[in-house]
Design a protein around this ligand. Structure first.
Ligand code: MTE
Length: 306
């Protein structure tokens, strides 16, 4: 899905190379707005006020973000999604909404995007494998979309499914995982203002290998919760098993919160390697977002609920 400048993006963002992009960010920082918001073609202080807290960490370069990926539908090595995901046709794109809500249906993404303000949010991204990145996403909060479908009081969970299209996602012909890829959140996790639906990164449309045209970003959870190329949203009363739980229940739990105190059965999760940096760093509880999300897990044993 192309995001047209009239509707969604900054003019500059469509032509910006990384260096120019960074210059623009510097310029905006000098204006004192912190995080840049891409909503209309003018960056206004009133929009900027809605910004989430800006991270003072160096951004990971565009090449690493777009050429070191996990997207098993296109292959299991890190470069495979970059090499193969161009086969995925992302326009037109529809999202089926089902389950415990007042407004189920088959929605065109174009229509969905028309009502949304696209903003920029810079998030730490931590993969279960021990590497991390800092990514300037463009998108909108998941809550703003889910509310439109009017979840009922029975909607305790929300699940997402990636497109199932073995012809255009060739690895869906292999059984690395059970397809389609599925991931879920508790409804209060989904409604947390940090939870993002991304449509772009670095001010450009989301590349296919990063989950075009729409992918989830849950910054306090390990990367596999951030499901790509979403084609279905389901509101449910009960918990389901996600793709990685089905593949290996011992290694992957439902919550998958970044937690330096709970190890993966085969390795420690206490440190991480930021892509592009040599030295490892300590992993932060909830990936550094404890202030915003720790209350969601009050009273829970996070060693049991991993
Ligand atoms: N979504 C789908 N549909 N298929 C996948 O294989 N991999 C997950 C997640 N979302 C995956 C997916 C994993 S393991 C990670 S770490 C992140 O996507 C990687 O996102 P990135 O490639 O944009 O860094």
């Amino acid at each position: 899905m192309k995001i047209t400048k009239t509707n969604y993006a900054l003019k500059e963002s469509e032509v910006t190379e990384e260096s120019l992009y960074l210059d623009r960010r510097q310029f905006i920082k000098k204006l004192g707005y912190g995080t840049v918001l891409l909503g209309t073609s003018i960056i206004t202080p009133s929009l900027a006020k809605k910004s989430t807290k800006s991270l003072k960490e160096e951004l990971t370069d565009y090449k690493s973000i777009t050429q070191y990926n996990n997207f098993y539908e296109f292959g299991t090595n890190k470069l495979a999604p970059y090499e193969n995901a161009h086969t995925l046709k992302t326009t037109p794109w529809n999202i089926i909404v089902e389950g415990e809500c007042e407004k189920p249906g088959n929605y065109s993404l174009e229509k969905i995007l028309k009502g949304m303000t696209i903003e920029e949010r810079i998030y730490r991204f931590r993969c279960v494998e021990g590497w991390s990145m800092v990514i300037p996403w463009n998108g909108f909060s998941l809550a703003s979309l889910l509310k439109r479908f009017q979840p009922t009081s029975k909607a305790k969970y929300v699940y997402f499914e990636t497109l199932h299209d073995p012809e255009n996602m060739p690895n869906q012909q292999q059984d690395h995982l059970e397809w389609p890829y599925i991931e879920g959140l508790r409804i209060d996790e989904a409604m947390n203002p940090l939870t993002l639906l991304a449509t772009g990164l670095y001010g450009k449309d989301l590349p296919n290998q990063n989950g075009a045209p729409l992918r989830l970003v849950v910054p306090w959870k390990y990367g596999f919760k951030s499901i790509k190329s979403i084609a279905k949203i389901r509101f449910l009363e009960t918990q389901l098993e996600s793709s990685w739980q089905k593949a290996n229940k011992v290694e992957y739990g439902f919550y998958s919160n970044v937690n330096p105190n709970v190890n993966h059965p085969r390795w420690s999760q206490s440190r991480e390697r930021r892509i592009g940096k040599y030295r490892k760093r300590k992993t932060l509880m909830f990936n550094g977002y404890a202030e915003e999300v720790a209350h969601l897990y009050k009273g829970m044993d996070l060693k049991q609920n991993y």
